[in-house]
Design a protein around this ligand. Structure first.
Ligand code: SF4
Length: 356
């Protein structure tokens, strides 16, 4: 028997839900998986174009599994959270090699895939196979916290258990895919984090938070994320028509992506030409003549979930390759577009750099 919430949600979905999305109604588990991985930490508006590009270039899992890592990272460039891209490649290869290209078709087996947690497994299981698994994420916490007036923190064990129980009780078991999609759409377009559309909401007569005037206070969360502040001082070294790049290593943000030479000081201070030459001398034992130093006073900021980055770029023209950088990658300036970069570096190269 369905709950009142479930009935109202499905009715709203039929009559009031006009949220367009390219993967809606999709039954191919590969494409659903692709869209869900893209959407894990990305807004629909941003992920949409990436999804379309991926589906166009890699329309099936075999093509994705065969692709070169660098090409896939390049397509992912700008989306952030690059572990998702690494997992995408790993999982595509694993499914092709170990499962003959066939996507797992149970919740439990989906959960075994790298990068697939309970939410993504429930989404794929319900959208592709209509299996009765309820999606539970921030959207769902918010809608249920308000509708049922739940004061338990969404990041406490009791809270998570309760929200999971409520999510499963409300699920339309024979229409899990449609129900889950409707719930996500409802959370994104009606019961929004700020300024929810309560006065026209189909749930308002039974919504506890609306009736008790506590909408703005729910949901409750215990932990407030403290962002770590980091300063990235980047140096583009240019010799003739080539520049120096290094690949970021595992164990930190942006693993696998490319960057110019990096120093990470406590603070970014204004530098003069002299300070930069001293730094090159002391830090890098530069053993070739410096032709020109281009200072850039502009600071760039990038917000990540747990970090706030302040970034600066300096360009240094050298007569030849210094010994200390001789083992690195020197690539032609005209080839820079082939390499995947973190968003701030990509933006800088496209908009502000004077040398590409
Ligand atoms: S009435 Fe407001 S708070 Fe309640 S479900 Fe609707 S939009 Fe959300």
């Amino acid at each position: 028997m369905s709950t009142k919430f479930c009935e109202l949600l499905l009715k709203w979905d039929q009559k009031g839900n006009d949220r367009p999305m390219p993967w809606k109604g999709e039954k191919d588990p590969y494409k659903i998986w692709l869209s869900e991985i893209i959407l894990q930490q990305t807004r629909v508006e941003q992920g949409w174009a990436y999804y379309e590009r991926f589906v166009k270039k890699y329309p099936n899992i075999h093509l994705l599994a065969k692709a070169k890592d660098q090409a896939v990272f390049k397509l992912w460039e700008g989306l952030g959270y690059y572990n998702r891209c690494k997992n995408l490649l790993f999982t595509a290869k694993q499914i092709v090699t170990d499962l003959n290209g066939k996507f797992p078709n149970t919740y439990e087996n989906l959960l075994q895939l790298k990068g697939v947690g309970p939410y993504t497994a429930a989404a794929i299981a319900s959208f592709a196979y209509n299996l009765p698994h309820a999606v539970v994420d921030g959207n769902v916490f918010r809608v249920f916290a308000r509708y049922y007036g739940i004061n338990l923190p969404t990041d406490s064990k009791e809270g998570i258990d309760l929200f999971n129980k409520i999510a499963f009780e409300n699920l339309a078991k024979n229409k899990a895919g449609i129900y889950n999609q409707a719930l996500m759409d409802f959370g994104a377009t009606v019961c929004k984090p700020a300024t929810p559309l309560c006065s026209s909401c189909v749930m308002n007569k039974g919504c506890t938070a609306f009736l008790q005037n506590t909408v703005g206070q729910l949901p409750i969360k215990l932990k407030v994320i403290q962002k770590k502040k980091r300063c990235f001082d980047y140096f583009f070294f240019i010799v003739g028509n080539t520049f120096y790049l290094q690949q970021r290593q595992p164990g930190d943000i942006w693993a696998g992506l490319y960057q110019p030479y990096l120093l990470e000081p406590e603070r970014l201070m204004t530098s003069t030409q002299k300070e930069v030459s001293d730094m090159l001398e002391n830090h890098l034992s530069m053993d070739v003549p410096i032709l020109k130093i281009e200072l850039n006073t502009q600071l760039y900021q990038q917000q990540l979930t747990h970090q706030l980055l302040t970034v600066r770029f300096t360009t240094i023209y050298l007569q030849s390759v210094p010994t200390i950088l001789s083992q690195g990658k020197w690539i032609k300036l005209t080839q820079s577009a082939k390499y995947p970069f973190p968003k701030t570096i990509k933006d800088y190269l496209e908009k502000d750099a004077s040398f590409v």
